[in-house]
Design a protein around this ligand. Sequence first.
Ligand SMILES: Nc1ncnc2c1ncn2[C@@H]1O[C@H](COP(=O)(O)OP(=O)(O)O)[C@@H](O)[C@H]1O
Ligand SMILES: [Mg+2]
Length: 234
Amino acid sequence: MLCVRDLHAAYGNIHVLRGVSFEIVGGQIATILGRNGSGRSTTCKAVMGLLPPLHGQVQLDGVNLAGRESHDIAHAGLGYVPEERLIFTTLTVEENLVLGQKPAKPGAARWTMDELYDLFPRLRERRNIRAGFLSGGEQQMLTMFRTLLGNPCAILIDEPTEGLAPKIVDVVGETILEMKRRGLAVILMEQKLSMAMKVTDTVLVMGHGQIVFTGTPQAFEADPGIRRQWLEVA
Ligand SMILES: Nc1ncnc2c1ncn2[C@@H]1O[C@H](COP(=O)(O)OP(=O)(O)O)[C@@H](O)[C@H]1O
Ligand SMILES: [Mg+2]
């Protein structure tokens, strides 16, 4: 279980996170919605230790990871798929995947390269091609697969469908559902509602540097005021 408690983070004197709290268990998907600039990417960075939090806890299975180095946090079982789709463009698809491989912790979902290729055979076809030649959607899938080969227990995925064609968005959705089936705790940062609402168990909404709504997708749909206040652009 991943439990984030009262997380505060700042860029210099710009205080962005003002007490973010949420929790998620394995086999569940939580989606954090918010306007542009509401702090979703900053939440990922603070949880992963890339932006050291000023205050608060990041507990994975009861162990507090806040304040640790980001490679330590990744090693403890937290995976992160950043918005920037960081891949090694001069290496092949398969070389990128090999670099992501880590032994699984007890209880963490195990993935093989073949199982991942089965989810998106296009990458298998292109496994000997340099990653820089892939389309945006293929690079997104490669980034997710590389993170999964690290066998995380929980995974933060920042805006995976941004700029992607609808067909690839479906593949992203299917892959996220497969993560859930294999027991991962999935935290999805999204701006678009359509894919997220199909897969998510819980909706969280960010505003003013905090989580301002937590509920089921049904409760979220039933409360248009939440959407008006925190998501729509005035
Ligand atoms: N590197 C940075 N330096 C200073 N301010 C930043 C930096 N990155 C993000 N911010 C600010 O932090 C706030 C939250 O940004 P971000 O977490 O990227 O939001 P989101 O991912 O929800 O769009 C915004 O006001 C943004 O301008
Ligand atoms: Mg962002």
